[in-house]
Design a binder for this molecule. Structure first.
Ligand code: FMN
Length: 274
């Protein structure tokens, strides 16, 4: 389709189409698709964000099962890289596993007293499987465009793939750097470690959704990275390619469960306008 301003035919997507994957210009959706955003009360949203605190002590009140399920489903709505959904959430319910998980979380009070524990796992190793599933889903829902399909067929393996022993990643580095001299390029996914970071980013956003969802239901949470990853992996039977991003404990905030006011360093250290 010609470019709306220049009238020129579009070439192969720049940056290997990153960011363009859901805006194909040759299908029934993409730029013609529209969803009217629902009204969100800014005050309520701010209250939700401000009232989320890391809680280290919970009461005995259980969380209704449907609430946990709803929060987990909402976690899956977090934005995620290329919609490849490189995450998993394990709601640990079996008493034996739960006990072991609390211990693996160094028996932190936030884990010990929690009504529920959810382990968030990054799955950098599943990008190919998920690309295939996303592609099939797009086709099933008849919302695929050539651009989208090409993105998942060709761009994803190129950008996210590193090949056996990261050999492809090794070759990509100089190639992408060279191309990057002439035009902006997405760089950085050259090794398994890079892909881990990619998946951890995405899964951490899922954790935030999860915590805010619990808050919206009147419950509270504590994100934890104070755990023994080897033990957590064993409890869940995770494969080598998986990384444990966080354990999120949840329950009703106990009196004394929050250790102090929400302090942050001055915004000037972190917020910039340029
Ligand atoms: C990645 C991550 C790991 C964390 N790990 C722990 C932990 O192991 N134990 C704990 O008590 N709090 C943990 N926290 C909570 C932080 O200490 C807390 O978010 C921070 O002090 C700010 O407090 P607030 O969440 O109440 O605003 C973690 C938070 C994050 C984001």
């Amino acid at each position: 389709m010609p470019h709306e301003k220049t009238g020129l035919k579009s070439k192969a997507p720049r940056n290997f189409g990153l960011g363009e994957e859901l805006s194909g210009d040759d299908g029934p959706i993409g730029r013609d698709y529209h969803e009217t955003p629902e009204f969100v009360d800014a005050h309520a949203a701010e209250t939700l964000l401000r009232s989320r605190r890391s809680i280290r002590s919970f009461t005995d009140r259980p969380i209704p099962e449907e609430v946990v399920r709803n929060c987990l489903e909402l976690a899956l709505l977090a934005p995620n890289s290329s919609n490849l959904q490189a995450w998993e959430f394990y709601w640990v319910r079996q008493p034996e596993k739960r006990r072991a998980l609390v211990e693996a979380c160094l028996s932190q009070k936030a884990a010990r007293t929690a009504a529920e524990l959810v382990v968030c796992v990054a799955r950098p190793d599943l990008y190919r499987r998920n690309a295939k599933l996303v592609r099939e889903q797009l086709e099933q829902h008849q919302v695929s465009s050539k651009t989208m399909l090409a993105y998942y067929n060709k761009v994803v393996p190129l950008v996210y793939g590193t090949g056996p022993l990261s050999l492809f990643g090794f070759l990509k580095r100089p190639l992408f750097s060279l191309i990057g001299c002439f035009r902006p390029m997405v760089r950085g996914l050259y090794s398994k470690k890079d892909r881990e970071m990619w998946a951890v980013k995405t899964s951490a956003l899922g954790c935030e959704n999860l915590m805010l969802a619990f808050r919206a239901h009147g419950f509270d949470t504590c994100p934890m990275e104070g755990f023994d990853e080897v033990r957590v992996r064993k409890i869940l039977g995770l494969p080598r390619g998986a990384r444990v991003t966080m354990v999120v404990s949840a329950g009703e905030r106990a009196v004394g469960g929050v250790y102090g006011p929400q302090l942050r360093l001055p915004s000037e250290l972190f917020l910039f306008e340029t």
